[in-house]
Design a protein around this ligand. Structure first.
Ligand SMILES: [Zn+2]
Length: 83
């Protein structure tokens, strides 16, 4: 299951976030400063829907990242190509 960058919407597998990102990358990813793809670059003009949904899912689920990833998977099925 994937988690999404809250800034640019780039998808990352949970294992990638938990085991392959450096500690600093993981901190930036989780606090919304960006992912390895977008951190340090200008913010996208319009945040993708999946970036906003990731933020909302974290607001609801807190630190339960398995729950967040499950919600995002459901959202992807619900919204299809608009996701
Ligand atoms: Zn990003």
């Amino acid at each position: 299951m994937d988690l999404y960058c809250k800034r640019c919407g780039e998808p990352y597998d949970m294992d990638n976030v938990n085991f392959e990102m450096t500690t600093l990358e993981r901190i930036h990813f989780k606090d919304g400063r960006g992912c390895p793809s977008c951190y340090g670059h200008p913010a996208p003009e319009k945040r993708p829907l999946r970036a906003k949904l990731q933020e909302a899912a974290e607001d609801v689920m807190g630190d339960d990242m398995d729950g967040v990833a499950a919600m995002m998977e459901d959202a992807e099925l619900e919204f299809g190509e608009d996701f």
